[in-house]
Design a protein around this ligand. Structure first.
Ligand code: GLU
Length: 286
């Protein structure tokens, strides 16, 4: 067994589709070739969208596809205290701030990203005074915790310019090799949502470190998030894994497969009488 390990980390917010199968198979077969560990991680921090029946079907579908993984399986909802500790570390370093704004207030003060629909929030124009913050807390106004890129930059000094990762797959624009991390492409991201004490970015980087994931194999839709993941790793003293972002399977109209469109769900493909081998052959990313 090598020192390497990878993972497949689905969120139980719907049925897995052919694209998930492709991603899981890619990571699994890479692990087999390398003699590496293959972990399954259930990313279920979002209690508003995750459902036990979807989690059950993840296990069922992946077993049916003949995948095997390390035990025990890590379920993020069992580790909320760890994510709170990671957030506390960032709080103690003065790198996060409370954000009381509503979604529409955020949108109104955000920049349009150069390419695409995403908007970037670069922090408040004016810092809340201690009194203002105290007042809002007394009013029980809900707040999120955001990472301050400005403070993170100060904290890292020269290291900021050196933030990078090794991309062995490719980004949506063909980026590969040593990629310079540009956290400013995402802005002051939320690290703890108003309704959940953590966020995808914080939980996923914490878990990759905790599970000693050496190679992250995942879809190109998450390439952009890596800019922030690399920054969090530097701030929290965690290693940066090697990343392999793979292309996404598209439907016949050229759209990304979506959980809400059940037609390519593994469950429905199974119901048509296809064998695991046949579905494995369909789930190949070129
Ligand atoms: N849980 C994420 C998803 O289902 C994947 C996270 C990751 O691979 O980094 O899209």
């Amino acid at each position: 067994m090598s020192q390497y390990s990878t993972r497949f980390a689905p969120s139980p917010t719907g049925l897995l589709h052919l694209g998930h199968a492709a991603s899981a198979l890619l990571a699994f077969s890479w692990a087999r070739r390398q003699g590496a560990k293959f972990h399954l991680r259930i990313e279920d921090i979002d209690h508003t969208r995750c459902k036990p029946e979807f989690e059950a079907s993840i296990f069922e579908d992946l077993h049916w596809l003949c995948l095997q993984w390390e035990n025990p399986v890590r379920r993020q909802s069992n580790h909320m205290a760890e994510y709170e500790d990671a957030l506390k570390n960032l709080q103690n370093m003065g790198l996060v701030y409370r954000c009381f704004l509503t979604r529409s207030e955020i949108l109104a003060t955000s920049l349009q990203a150069p390419h695409g629909v995403q908007k970037i929030y670069l922090g408040p124009r004016k810092q809340l005074s201690e009194d203002e913050e105290h007042y809002l807390l007394q009013q029980k106004k809900p707040f999120a915790w955001r990472l301050s890129l400005a403070r993170a930059r100060d904290q890292l000094g020269d290291q900021w310019q050196q933030l990078c990762w090794l991309e062995t797959g490719s980004g949506p624009d063909g980026q590969s090799g040593h990629i310079k991390a540009k956290p400013e492409l995402l802005g002051d991201v939320v690290l703890a949502r108003k309704d959940i004490q953590t966020s995808y970015h914080l939980a996923v980087t914490h878990d990759d470190a905790k599970q000693c994931i050496s190679h992250v194999i995942r879809g190109q839709d998450l390439f952009g998030s890596t800019h922030i993941h690399v920054l969090l790793q530097a701030l929290l003293g965690w290693p940066t894994p090697t990343y392999y972002h793979h292309g996404l399977l598209l439907d016949s109209k050229g759209n990304r497969l979506a959980k809400r469109d059940g037609s390519t769900s593994l469950r429905s493909l199974r119901a048509t009488g296809l064998s695991p081998r046949e579905v494995q052959k369909m789930a190949v990313i070129n």
